[in-house]
Design a protein around this ligand. Structure first.
Ligand code: AMP
Length: 197
């Protein structure tokens, strides 16, 4: 039963690490960004509502974001643990997650903060733009996403640090090496992966 959050600037490698860690801990990876992109692609009502925010590199309003997380964490597979990637990103989302966990009688085990310097993450995102063609990976939008992260999400690190939950990991280097660093740091806190990856 492991409940983890992944926080870090755009391009730090959260998505890649999230799926690996989810496998290692045998819990579902819940990415609000993936849920939104799926809905945009399939032109659902939610997708049509959130597309403009995502394309502009702005955050989707908390009310919509909190509602999809509440639904997703209410599904059976999340009862025994989860790894949240890209949520919470605002103080309002932190409060909502708190309410959800409290009403389920559970709490977070750790918050993994993946760090990376700005030049490196911009280079990574521009590369991803070439490979995947994400609409929000253009230079201007990337810059805006970094600003929004610094303004709205970076302050959450203090909140979780004061609760003693933050594990800080250098996100530079090979994917495997970063995963190993995270697994080691979590093991030091008594959080042991159940599956060898
Ligand atoms: P990501 O894949 O996590 O980088 O998310 C891509 C985009 O989805 C973000 O730039 C936001 O527009 C939107 N998004 C994802 N997660 C959230 C969240 N927790 N709160 C608000 N917007 C979000």
């Amino acid at each position: 039963m492991t409940r983890l959050l992944l926080i870090g600037p755009p391009g730090a490698g959260k998505g890649t690490q999230a799926s690996r860690l989810a496998e290692a801990f045998a819990v579902p990876a819940v990415s609000t960004g993936d849920i939104f992109r799926f809905n945009v692609k399939n032109e659902t009502a939610l997708g049509l509502e959130v597309k403009a925010f995502i394309d502009a590199g702005a955050y989707v309003p908390d009310s919509l974001t909190n509602a999809i997380v509440k639904d997703r964490l209410g599904e059976a597979d999340a009862a025994a643990g989860f790894l949240l990637d890209g949520y919470p990103r605002t103080t309002d989302q932190v409060a909502e997650l708190e309410r959800l966990l409290e009403s389920a009688g559970t709490k977070l085990d750790a918050v993994v903060l993946i760090t990376a310097d700005t030049d490196e993450v911009v280079a990574r995102l521009l590369k991803r733009a070439e490979e995947q063609g994400r609409a929000d990976d253009t230079a201007d939008v990337i810059r805006h996403r970094m600003d929004v992260y610094a303004e709205q999400t970076a302050p959450l690190i203090d909140v979780y640090t004061s609760r003693g939950l933050v594990v800080t990991i250098d996100g530079l280097g090979a994917v495997d090496a970063v995963t190993d660093r995270i697994l080691e740091a979590l093991a030091e806190r008594g959080l042991h992966a159940t599956v060898t990856i």
